[in-house]
Design a protein around this ligand. Sequence first.
Ligand SMILES: [Zn+2]
Length: 223
Amino acid sequence: MVGQVDEFNQKTSCVCQGTVAVTYDDGPSEFTPTLLDSLKAAGLKVTFFVIGQMVSQYPATLKRAYAEGHHIASHTWDHADLATLTVAQVKAELIKNEAIIFQTLGVVPKIMRCPYGSINAAGAKEITRLGYTMIYWNLDTNDWAHPTDTAASMKVYTDTVTPQTTFTSYISLQHDIVQTTVQMAPNVWNHVKKQGFSVVDTPTCLQLTTKDLYWTTLPDPNR
Ligand SMILES: [Zn+2]
């Protein structure tokens, strides 16, 4: 299925058939530079959903990812479960991340993913009002749950992405804070390509334009 959204208007699948949008959440981390090296060698661009607290620790890594053409998106300041917060607290999670990313990159992402994919109706309305597009996923590797089992994430791909499924598309979820995820990433991309899919970033799979991706000045935090 293509171009789907859930009840909160989070995008759950790509628009372009035959694509796998590969996303890495919760970084940048100490492992991200290795992933960037592999992506460069493979000639691929992906999406990083970044946490403000990690950006403050690894600003140079975020700068590198952006400079090398990867899509940078927001994953809140500190990975709070937004469904448990007030609307004002949800807003603060995004505004705080806007500030650190703008300080680091000079742009602010308009695309975000809720930590755990968790949100409620009031929070979703606020995130949309602030100008964000929310992205979910429809291929979950659960890599965080089996950080030492390299076969487990691969099995999710080999079970899901097959030549018979090229009529559809995927937004996959993994984490660049998991070392094994970074180590096995090239194997995952090779599998996807062998099945006839393209490995792309989220904007490509959703047919978003440049103006959909970033604010080029810091948006009003009091908006
Ligand atoms: Zn996360």
